[in-house]
Design a protein around this ligand. Structure first.
Ligand code: GRF
Length: 204
């Protein structure tokens, strides 16, 4: 299965995906890395693996339709079958969501449907988790639809929230499980073991 990875930042989940492929755990290949940020650390990872990269930002286009068309062209020209958002902070244009319905995954650093939605990214998530007093947090892999963090849940894994946790220590614990479950979720799709039933994703 050909995966297109979208990342805006350092790209540790992107690295986890590449490592899983290298170790033979994930039967897939990354055919392109796309980023909206020219200085994203993910570019260095892609370069280390000699993978094609594309810098694509809505700012480069007069309107959303042209931007979406350019994104679709990148996906088509790199034969992308599944999109993995890995710390990608921009909304995917509706046309692309429709074209890749049920074929876009995202990883979120909390247990959705709590602590998600617009503005809930990075340290904001972990601060909100700690402020709420919940005893468990974790990571969620979900399908992407037209709204932030709303699509059906594919995989989740929990971590304990301790009294002494700070947003930083909690983020580190959650990131560790992100790196474990994202390759597993992608593997289920690559092996055609995931089926979608309304809001439920069954892994066979
Ligand atoms: C991760 O915490 C992920 O859950 C969120 O953005 C962060 C990206 O980290 N969507 P990295 O760039 O993969 O290191």
């Amino acid at each position: 299965m050909n995966i297109g990875v979208f990342a805006s930042g350092r790209g540790s989940n992107f690295q986890a995906i590449l490592s899983a492929i290298e170790r033979g755990i994930l039967p897939a290949r990354v055919t392109v890395l796309l980023s909206n940020k020219i200085d994203a650390g993910a570019f260095e990872i892609a370069n280390a693996y000699s993978l094609p990269t594309v810098h694509l930002s809505q700012k480069q286009f007069a309107d959303e339709a042209l931007y979406a068309a350019a994104m679709l062209e990148v996906l088509r020209s790199h034969n992308v079958e599944l999109i993995a958002l890995a710390g990608y902070l921009k909304k995917i244009p509706t046309i692309v969501v429709r074209e890749f319905r049920d074929r876009i995954l995202n990883i979120h650093p909390a247990l959705l449907p709590s602590f998600g939605g617009q503005g809930m990214y990075g340290h904001h998530v972990h601060e909100a988790v700690l402020a709420s007093g919940v005893k468990l947090s974790g990571a969620t892999v979900h399908l992407v639809d037209e709204e932030y963090d709303r699509g059906p849940i594919v995989l989740q894994r929990t971590v304990a929230v301790d009294e002494l946790d700070t947003p930083e220590t909690l983020a580190a614990k959650v990131l560790k499980v992100e790196h474990e479950i994202y390759p597993l979720a992608l593997k289920a799709f690559a092996e055609n073991r995931a089926t979608i039933h309304g809001r439920s994703v069954w892994i066979h």
